[in-house]
Design a protein around this ligand. Structure first.
Ligand SMILES: *Cc1c(COP(=O)(O)O)cnc(C)c1O
Length: 374
């Protein structure tokens, strides 16, 4: 099969074994055999984040990663309580939009998008409002590659009696995570990112006691309610509605490969891939938008050079035709594009990419090394 190198922030490059795992005999997902597949996937997901199965549950959903944001935001806020969304990027903005769509009592703490969250600001807001039940943020803001100090934020939330829910879509199964050590009550991701599997399966890991308590919270959605999905699976071993059958087989293979590679080794591979990305850009004179110490190590946001001939679309198309996908940035104030180190790729792929990327610059007459006016 043709191997494309996806340097976009997910879906990621997958192995052939993951692709082929989807080719299975037809099966009705209400069969016990398929319930067992889902049960094993859910229990392996708990292992990825070192969650004690006597305290935590993994709840599977059919949908893209944003579905998890929707479910957590709409399902976890008790009556007459508030949700605090700490927003320093586009994914927490999305969560705030969702909270508004459900008319929740929202406190949105908007912080600069080019630096990590300042925990003192969180502490201050928590001190001003007694009735915050849920503190929510994003681990890695994938638009910039900023990594937020979740362990500290979770600690503030817990000291003030709130639960902590965190979007870990772009870090889970890449950066080592541990639910209890990292003060996470809820985290979530979808199969096409860190697990290197297919789009369509999303999952939430959460404290079982809180999920069960949420049975009595206002039911703001029918399809996207955390308790209903949890409870149905517990009672019947099935998703409430049709699951993404073949995608779940791919996720099972992705998890098998995850454990075979190992948590530390996988993180080292992503880190080395990112080193190769940094080196490749530095050699061509490109500048990154986010200071190195604030980056996750999974996304590099790179500034457009000040060269009249620079043309992101032309560079994209040149690379795309040769099997490499690069991605636009998400910083409104600055023109950036992104390269990400997730997926089944390594530093050799990045070296090959930079050969093609350099050719693309030459093809459109961009001066090398590239220059900036300031
Ligand atoms: C990819 C991603 C999502 C999910 O996006 P979908 O397009 O709905 O799959 C959510 N949060 C973060 C931080 C992400 O990187």
């Amino acid at each position: 099969m043709k191997r494309n190198i996806l340097l976009n922030p997910g879906p990621a490059t997958t192995t052939d074994a993951v692709k082929m795992a989807q080719v299975v005999p037809d099966i009705c997902p209400r069969e016990k055999e398929f319930g067992e597949v889902m049960r094993s996937v859910a229990s392996d997901i708990l292992k990825v984040v070192h969650a004690d199965p006597s305290k935590f549950s993994a709840v599977l959903f059919c949908g893209s990663g944003t579905l998890n944001i929707d479910v957590c935001v709409n399902s976890l806020v008790p009556r007459n309580k508030k949700i605090l969304i700490i927003n320093n990027g586009s994914y927490s903005s999305r969560a705030a939009d969702i909270a508004r769509a459900y008319s929740l009592d929202l406190i949105e703490l908007s912080l600069p998008i080019d630096e990590p969250i300042d925990t003192r600001k969180v502490e201050q807001v928590m001190g001003e409002h007694e009735d915050i039940a849920v503190v929510y943020t994003t681990h890695q803001e994938t638009g910039t590659g900023i990594l937020n100090p979740i362990r500290e934020i979770g600690d503030v939330a817990h000291r003030r009696g709130a639960i902590f829910a965190c979007d870990t879509t772009s870090t889970l199964a890449m950066l080592p995570l541990d639910m209890e050590r990292d003060n996470l009550d809820f985290s979530f991701a979808s199969a096409q990112k860190g697990l290197q599997a297919m789009t369509g399966l999303s999952f939430i890991i959460g404290r079982t006691s809180i999920i069960e308590a949420s049975a009595d919270y206002p039911r703001r959605s029918y399809y996207c309610n955390l308790f209903l999905q949890y409870d149905y699976f517990k009672k019947f071993g099935e998703m409430q509605f049709t699951p993404p059958v073949q995608t779940i087989y791919a996720a099972r293979e992705g998890l098998r490969e995850y454990f075979a590679e190992g948590e530390q080794a996988k993180w080292q591979r992503h880190a080395k891939t990112m080193e190769a990305i940094h080196d490749g850009f530095a050699a061509l004179g490109f500048r990154e938008a986010i200071r190195r110490e604030n980056q996750s190590g999974l996304v590099a946001a790179v500034r457009y050079p000040d060269d009249a001939n620079w043309d992101f679309d032309a560079v994209h198309d040149y690379c795309y035709e040769r099997g490499f996908t690069i991605y636009p940035g998400k910083m409104q104030s600055k023109h950036t594009f992104r390269l990400c180190s997730l997926g089944a790729i390594d530093e050799r792929d990045i070296k090959e990419f930079f050969t093609v990327f350099r050719e693309s610059l030459i093809a459109i007459n961009v001066k090398i090394p590239v220059t900036y006016n300031e």
